[in-house]
Design a binder for this molecule. Structure first.
Ligand SMILES: Cc1cc2nc3c(=O)[nH]c(=O)nc-3n(C[C@H](O)[C@H](O)[C@H](O)COP(=O)(O)OP(=O)(O)OC[C@H]3O[C@@H](n4cnc5c(N)ncnc54)[C@H](O)[C@@H]3O)c2cc1C
Length: 441
């Protein structure tokens, strides 16, 4: 399809900024506007903004492995990874005894990265795992895994700032601040998207709208059974200079038994996080696109709450195994960060099936950050209709699954309890959602 002259991107995270970069390069005559609810980009509450994100081609699905390897190459060899934005420290993927799903994911992932020529070594026993990462504790409950020294991590906030600054320097994309409350539809067919309505009731019209609104997307378009926002626990801890030196060069560890991962510290801050089914946060909202006054309940992000006791307990017990010296140390700050989970963990990068002039670029499912340097090109391919058949199939409008049983992504990489509700868990720990300050970055 011919690319529209006037395009509105909503959302200034990985998907939105990467799309803006690609449009400004490939379609310099289009008028592109990026609308973001946060007055600042990087948005401290956005999923793309944090101290770190793992950059890995370690996927059980060969298509993501290949694309991630292309993206990692750009993190390694171009401006994307300069000035400390990318560090190649390795990734240790481990699984416990008796968890065949995790072992299967790890084995497939190992074969995929070996095929791509990455520097990965199989670690068939616990002793091998501990030899690869001696900083981790002997009491680690692990049956085996592998280490990929070609993987690394990115300073996530710095990556977002870099993309924004690059766009500012180019000066082709217009940035505006405003929160979209609903899409605007053509009065003729009530289906074609013609723009957006903002919280202050102003409207912005556009030939074409790209929704890159991450975990908030379900408030603008009906995604029931297709994507669900899940809150994931993160905690930060201050460590000494000596501890920083001991830990800073260790590989990132991702333990499939618990979903817990620890990325090496920077600036004396150690981060621990969990890749899990996460917390749901159901909220009543008007059914998007409907004028009948129907209300639905969908999980949506909650800003600035501390993690529930359940998450803190999980972190303490993981630290007891991995880094016992830190097990009782107070956290400096904690945060619930939001995934946009699709049933199989595939992104949603597609024209909307029933609303012409609307494209969705979302469904990060807890793994989209690494694709920052390449994902915008794929979004523009989807806009033009030139996405490869393989990616088109993978990122098409997903079949809806049973909403009641849709806990989050089932791709073999998730752990933790299913069915946790944020409000219930916060109340259970006597924590009524104490507000945190800005995430420690
Ligand atoms: C704890 C955690 C750990 C992760 N770890 C990794 C990792 O190790 N490796 C990896 O590759 N990925 C990781 N991810 C996933 C990755 O960070 C996300 O997939 C990616 O950042 C999502 O980008 P986004 O653009 O969809 O969302 P966001 O960055 O949240 O951007 C969406 C933007 O849209 C704006 N917006 C929303 N609604 C509106 C509206 N109505 N009007 C205007 N603006 C609006 C928001 O303000 C926001 O800034 C992790 C995610 C989390 C939460």
């Amino acid at each position: 399809m011919a690319v529209p002259e006037n395009i509105l991107i909503v959302g200034g995270g990985v998907f939105g900024l990467s799309t803006a970069l690609s449009l400004s390069k490939r379609h310099p005559t289009s008028q592109v506007t990026l609308l973001e609810a946060s007055p600042i980009i990087p948005n401290p509450h956005g999923s793309s903004v944090d101290s770190s994100r793992i950059i890995r081609a370690d996927y059980s699905h060969p298509t993501y492995s290949k694309l991630a390897a292309e993206a990692t190459d750009l993190w390694r060899t171009t401006e994307w990874g300069q000035d400390g934005r990318y560090t190649q420290n390795g990734l240790l993927l481990v699984y416990p005894d008796g968890n065949s799903t995790a072992k299967d994911y790890t084995t497939k992932s190992y074969h995929n990265v070996k095929q791509l020529g990455e520097n990965a070594q199989l670690l068939p026993t616990k002793a091998d795992v501990l030899r690869a990462a001696p900083a981790y504790g002997e009491s680690l409950s692990v049956a085996g895994g592998y280490v990929n020294w070609s993987s690394g991590w990115a300073d996530a906030e710095a990556g977002v700032r870099f993309a924004k600054q690059r766009l500012d320097k180019e000066g082709k994309v217009r940035f505006i601040t405003g929160e979209v409350t609903r899409l605007l539809f053509s009065e003729t067919d009530n289906q074609t998207v013609t723009g957006v309505v903002l919280a202050n009731n102003t409207t912005i019209t556009s030939d074409f709208v790209i929704l890159a609104t991450g975990a908030w997307t379900a408030s603008l378009i009906d995604l029931r059974g297709r994507a669900v926002s899940t809150g994931q626990a993160i905690a930060y801890m201050r460590i000494s200079d000596e501890e920083q030196r001991t830990l800073e060069n260790m590989p990132t560890i991702l333990n499939f038994a618990t979903g817990i991962f620890i990325i090496p510290p920077r600036n004396n801050i150690l981060k621990i996080a969990r890749h899990a089914y996460g917390y749901h946060n159901p909220k009543p909202i008007p059914l998007p696109g409907s004028t009948a006054g129907e209300t639905i309940h969908v999980s949506l992000p909650e800003h600035g709450v501390t993690i529930p006791l359940e998450g803190e307990t999980a972190f303490r017990s993981a630290l007891q195994q991995l880094l016992p010296t830190f097990a009782d140390r107070p956290f400096l700050n904690t945060r619930v960060c939001w995934y946009t989970d699709t049933p199989k963990g595939d992104f949603i990068i597609t024209h909307h099936p029933t609303h012409p002039h609307l494209l969705l670029a979302t469904g990060g499912s807890g793994h989209a950050y690494k694709f920052f340097p390449v994902i915008g090109d794929k979004v523009v391919d989807a806009l033009e209709g030139t996405l490869s058949p393989e990616l088109r199939t993978l990122w098409d409008w997903p079949e809806a699954v049973d909403e009641e049983r849709f806990e989050g992504t089932e791709d073999g990489s998730r752990s933790g309890e299913k069915g946790l509700v944020l409000g219930v868990e916060l109340a259970r720990g006597g924590n009524k959602g104490k507000r945190t300050g800005r995430a420690v970055l």
